[in-house]
Every structure is written in structure tokens, then in C-alpha cells.
Design a protein around this ligand. Structure first.
Ligand SMILES: Nc1ncnc2c1ncn2[C@@H]1O[C@H](COP(=O)(O)OP(=O)(O)OP(=O)(O)O)[C@@H](O)[C@H]1O
Length: 243
């Protein structure tokens, strides 16, 4: 059984169909990349999966439950965690407290003490443990994204939706995050869906399967290298070879 299943999911903004009858399945522990040019519907798709938007048509099933109309805060405890392209941390709280919130309100629902301890583990994992006592608002954009990743992992999700988490990172940080994601997939069987606009090389190292969005529709889906070298995909990316 698929962990996540989208059936004919559609979202319109006035006359514009931002996501157009998308079908999608993600299985436990899978690594998926969602790519597509600007405006192709990737963010809207994430917002539909995470509950920021409710679809105009179609159904979303997660872990056997119909979550189509469930608000975002009710999806998190079921094991659906996401990061945002522009993180919105609790600014005056410390980095450690921000991550602990994930452990308290995610699937694990830990008490404060245990959540703070757990936060330290995840901060070490993403490589910003030394920043734990800093106010979150003082972090750089990249550090904020790493903190968000730690918070999402502390939720003990079954599925992690990553929104451009590796954008702006240097190659060694990208490699470190990819290794980390492989480790959590292997050890905790977390399905990771990663949205990427430009970092195609990162996606080839990480994703087993890629979905290409174009004008709100799924253009193609399949094994990563095969998809990224497909003539239709090359055409969508302005005639350039993608990788
Ligand atoms: N809240 C909104 N109101 C109106 N139109 C929207 C809204 N959100 C997205 N759109 C439109 O829907 C289409 C898909 O946008 P979306 O942000 O999902 O694409 P994207 O692939 O994530 O692009 P980007 O990489 O630029 O974020 C675009 O034409 C966009 O202008």
C-alpha cells in the first residue's frame, strides 16, 4: 500500500489551474525528487499535501486515511512533516527550543525535557549543534533551513517534504545533507520527497524516482537519470540538457 496517494488532485486560483488532476504515489522509505521550472505547480502541490490548501477536486490518502480536508496542524501528528522555502521559525526562541517543538508536537509527542534532549541529537545530525543557544532569528538563511530540517526530523515523520532545502549550500554541505537523508531513510524508513528547482546534480545523487511538473500537470515520472534525459524534459528546461 502506498504511504501517500494523490488521486486527480486539482487546485485553481481563479481561472488558473495551478495543479491539474495530479495522480501520485509515494511508498515507505522512498526518495523522490519533484522538479519543474518556475510556476509549474510544485509549491502548490506541496501546499496541498501538507494541508496549507484544500484541493478543489481529487483525494489525498496518507497512511490509509483520507486527509483531503484535514488542516495542516492535524496532518503533522500523523507523520507528515515539511520544511518551507522561506523558514518561519519562532524567532525569539532558541534554536534548541525550535527543534524541541518538533519533538513535542510531531508524532513522538515528547515531554519538554525529553524533547530538548532529542533536539540536541538532531542539531548534531544536521551540523548546527554549536548554535543551539542562539535566538533563531539571528541565524543565516542557510542555518535556518538546517534548523527546520532538524525540527522536521524531530517530529519522527513517516514522510518528509523538503522545499529547496539544499538551495544555496556549498557542494560539501549538499553532500552532507544527502548522506543525512540517506541515513534517516535507511534507519527510520522515512519517505523523503524533495523539491528542487536548480540543483539537478543533488537530485541525481539522492532521488530514486523523479516527477517533473509542467504547467500544473505531471509531465513525466520515472527512474531519475532516465527522466532527466528524456527529450520532453530537456525541452521544458529551454532546450538545455538537464544533467
Ligand atoms: N496563492 C496564489 N494565488 C494565485 N496564484 C497562485 C498562488 N500560488 C501559486 N499561484 C500560481 O500558480 C502557478 C503555480 O505556482 P507554484 O508556486 O505552485 O509553482 P512552482 O513550480 O512552485 O514555482 P516556484 O518555483 O516559482 O515556486 C503559478 O502560475 C503561480 O503564479
Amino acid at each position: 500500500m502506498a504511504l501517500l496517494k494523490l488521486e486527480g488532485v486539482t487546485k485553481r486560483f481563479g481561472g488558473l489551474v495551478a495543479v491539474d488532476h495530479v495522480d501520485l504515489e509515494v511508498h515507505e522509505g522512498e526518495a523522490i525528487g519533484i522538479v519543474g521550472p518556475n510556476g509549474s505547480g510544485k509549491t502548490t502541490l506541496y501546499n496541498l499535501i501538507s494541508g496549507v490548501y484544500i484541493p478543489d477536486e481529487g483525494r489525498i490518502i496518507f497512511d490509509g486515511k483520507d486527509i483531503t480536508t484535514l488542516p495542516a496542524h492535524a496532518r503533522t501528528p500523523l507523520g507528515l512533516a515539511r520544511t518551507f522555502q522561506i523558514p518561519r521559525p519562532f524567532g525569539s526562541a532558541t534554536v534548541r527550543e525550535n527543534v524541541a517543538i518538533g519533538a513535542m508536537f510531531g508524532r513522538a509527542k515528547l515531554d519538554v525535557e525529553s524533547a530538548l534532549r532529542e533536539a540536541d541529537e538532531y542539531l548534531k545530525m544536521v551540523g548546527i549543534y554549536e548554535l543551539r543557544d542562539k535566538e533563531a532569528k539571528l541565524l543565516t538563511p542557510l542555518e535556518k533551513r538546517l534548523m527546520e530540517l532538524a525540527r522536521a526530523l524531530a517530529m519522527k515523520p513517516k514522510m518528509l517534504l523538503l522545499d529547496e532545502v539544499m538551495a544555496g549550500m556549498n557542494p560539501s554541505d549538499v553532500d552532507r545533507i544527502i548522506e543525512l537523508l540517506k541515513k534517516v531513510r535507511r534507519e527510520e524508513n522515512i519517505a523523503v520527497v524533495s523539491m528542487v528547482e536548480h540543483l539537478m546534480h543533488a537530485i541525481t545523487k539522492f532521488a530514486e524516482r523523479v516527477i517533473v511538473m509542467h504547467q500544473g500537470k505531471k509531465l513525466i515520472e520515472g527512474e531519475t537519470m532516465q527522466v532527466l534525459n528524456d527529450p520532453k524534459v530537456i525541452e521544458v528546461y529551454l532546450g538545455k540538457k538537464v544533467v
